[in-house]
Write a protein that binds this ligand. Sequence first.
Ligand code: TYM
Length: 332
Amino acid sequence: MKTIVSGIQPTGSINLGTYLGSIRNFVKLQEQYPDHHFFLFIADLHAVTIPRDPQALRKTIKELAAIYLACGLKKDNLSLFIQSEVPAHSQMSYLIQCFTYMGELERMTQFKDKAQKQEAVAASLFTYPALMAGDILLYDAQYVPVGEDQKQHLEITRDIATRINNRFGDFLTVPKPLIPKVGARIMSLTDPEVKMSKSDPNVKSRINLLDEEAIIKKRIMSAVTDSEGKIYYDKANKPGLANLITIMSALSDQSIESICATYQNKDYRTFKEDLAEIVIEALKPIKAQYQTLINDGSIDTILDEGQSAAMRVANKKIMKFNRKLGLGRKRK
Ligand code: TYM
């Protein structure tokens, strides 16, 4: 069975960045790879590498499950599950750590960024990439669809898998990242130098998928641009506008060139109004489907099925890995 694996942390409301960088891509890939099985999960073990409010975390986990499904994933070749409900992820993380070097972990830019913001840094924040590598290697993922910011984590995953294979024979699939051409790094609306993020304390920096239409419009109309007033794509000198053009391109499937041609003689206001309309229309069906799912109670059944399917595959892999390492005992 060929597999595609990816996860999202339940650390806040899902925003346009996460949607365009990951979930929307999952939906497209399901069509493109009908013969692959998708293991998609809610990365709650990753979330607790930083202190969280337990009640809020639990709420977000369920919301994220509904968001995944509301975005249009098909259920036939999908196992959707919660990472902590498949204990093999924790087990695999430990085994992977035995093949991960301190120096490699020290080079991770996300660790450096996140650690800087913490008073006390948990060891799990440091070993985070080993947990992530385990998530992927447990299922022998061929492909891992992620946004740009996860590229380094995929590189270390590939290095670790190759290292383990060199020692024990080809036992793990070395995964390839799938990064979308447009939308792999959506930037903050208030500071286009940093990525749009669930954890940004400034709510104006992002659009959440469940935001009301008036809020969406407000966020886009007040998004930071520049004072030149001319519409063309220049990421280095006009990062705010470039980000908005990227969002329009990703959501309307028009190329960046054709958008620039359409708006070359128009002002920012007209462009932003049109963009707001496109975002609102794109999110309408997701919001409607989200409400249906929250009300009909089908999410728990889907998560239960996902958990069983994931456990079947993951437990086998752990047993095999233990055997390779000489752990446990041989039974007659
Ligand atoms: P997380 O929860 O930060 O983000 C989930 C996915 O969304 C992408 N993304 C973005 N893409 C474009 N623009 C943005 N502004 C933006 N913000 C987020 C991320 O690149 C990611 O693909 N460590 C992962 C979760 C994870 C995982 C895994 C992913 C855990 N185990 C195994 C793949 C495979 C994370 O924190 O993603």
